[in-house]
Design a protein around this ligand. Structure first.
Ligand code: NAD
Ligand code: GLY
Length: 354
């Protein structure tokens, strides 16, 4: 078993990584949630038939009363309607302040269930059991929970740290290739921004099969890097912003594709290559870095270039006529494995991107 502890004062929690861990979830939840009698498990319509019965059996064997609540798979479930449905179902199930919520699924389920846990009865305990690569390396760690609004993604939310994060790498076996590749964009991002040696490790394993052969090391390395960032900047006012490498431009690509043509991971992949190229032109990033990142992404079937109009870039960086003089902080690479925020006028950034 690989174990990490996120050492936030008064809210510390473990991240446990082991193949087959799903069947031992009951025992570990019992340890992390000594007061809880009932667990309210939130999952989605794809994950429920694959993994909910095993989780329910393990939790029940550990003495918990279990309610399983299934939401439709997909980003659309991260909405106020589903959140309200969860609140009502939690009350109908008899959830009390000493009970807990368990998220079994990808980032959608984790963000939605986590926000429900943060708000029901003014906040109850919460366990993350992430089942996508993205959720295992990113969204299940760090306590950001949210739903989407008409006005944009993740606009209503909270910082609500889990009591425990349990990841079973075997659950990744059932992911479609494209969903696995989406998670790999975030994995590669960690190498780019925080750990050049890890980037080289990934570059030498350019396929899903080779990554899965080392998956515990990959998950541990990513979660450890995120742990360090979150311990230093839980509330996202400094170092945590480095995790946005490739994301500002990625948002432009997601929007340009009307959130249908490109997944988040694909958009971030192209965004990282564009940001590395920008850094090279500004003399901040060593020449050849964008090509190195592109080679790893290409091997995993991720796009390295997405076309986008100047208007779409302008919207993504928040550049309108009024904001023409304002600065923006873009995350650039000083070298592979070391990212910095770089402040520049939005108008100058737009010129560079065209
Ligand atoms: P997702 O939760 O929609 O999962 C992707 C797809 O995989 C879904 O169809 C899901 O049903 C399916 N799935 C999940 N596990 C599976 C498995 N083991 N086998 C087969 N299918 C499975 O998407 P995601 O990529 O996991 O997460 C994206 C969400 O995460 C977005 O809403 C994003 O905003 C959020 N996010 C949050 C944070 C954070 O810090 N809270 C960070 C990054 C992303
Ligand atoms: N995924 C970005 C963060 O957790 O801050």
């Amino acid at each position: 078993m690989k174990t990490l502890t996120v050492a936030l004062p008064g809210r510390e929690y473990d991240i446990l990584i082991q193949r087959g861990l799903l069947d031992q979830a009951g025992a570990y939840c019992r340890k992390a949630l000594p007061r809880a009698g009932r667990l309210f498990v939130v999952t989605d319509s794809n994950v429920a038939p694959l993994y909910a019965p095993r989780l329910e059996a393990s939790l029940t064997a550990a003495g918990f009363s279990v309610t399983v609540h299934v939401v439709p798979a997909g980003e659309a479930s991260k909405c106020a309607g589903q959140l309200a449905g969860l609140w009502e179902a939690m009350m109908a199930a008899g959830l009390t302040r000493t009970d807990a919520v368990v998220a079994l699924g990808g980032g959608v389920v984790g963000d939605l269930a986590g926000f429900a846990a943060a708000t029901i009865l003014r906040g109850v305990d919460f366990v993350q059991i992430p089942t996508t690569l993205l959720a295992q390396v990113d969204s299940s760690v760090g306590g950001k929970v949210a739903i989407d609004l008409e006005a944009g993604k993740n606009l209503a939310g909270a910082f609500w740290q889990p009591k425990l994060v349990l990841m079973d790498p075997d659950t990744l076996d059932t992911l479609p290739d494209a969903t696995f590749a989406d998670g790999m964009a975030e994995v590669i991002k960690y190498g780019c921004i925080l750990d050049g040696t890890f980037f080289d490790f990934l570059a030498h394993r350019p396929s899903r099969k080779e990554i899965m052969a080392e998956i515990e090391h990959v998950l541990y390395t990513c979660c450890n890097l995120k742990r360090i960032v979150v311990e230093e900047d839980e509330r996202d006012t400094g170092k945590r912003m480095l995790l946005n490498f490739g994301h500002t431009l990625g948002h432009a690509y997601e929007k340009a594709g009307h959130y249908e043509k490109w997944t988040h991971g694909q958009a971030v992949a192209a965004g990282m290559v564009k940001a590395a190229g920008l850094g090279e032109r500004l003399g901040i990033t060593p020449a050849g870095t964008a090509d190195r990142i592109a080679a790893v992404l290409t091997a995993l079937d991720l796009p390295v270039e997405i076309s986008c109009t100047a208007e779409e870039y302008a919207a993504a960086i928040g550049l309108d006529k009024k904001g023409a003089g304002a600065d923006i902080s873009v995350i650039l690479l000083e070298e592979m494995g070391r990212a910095i925020p770089h402040k520049m006028p939005k108008a100058a950034l737009l010129e560079e991107l065209k």
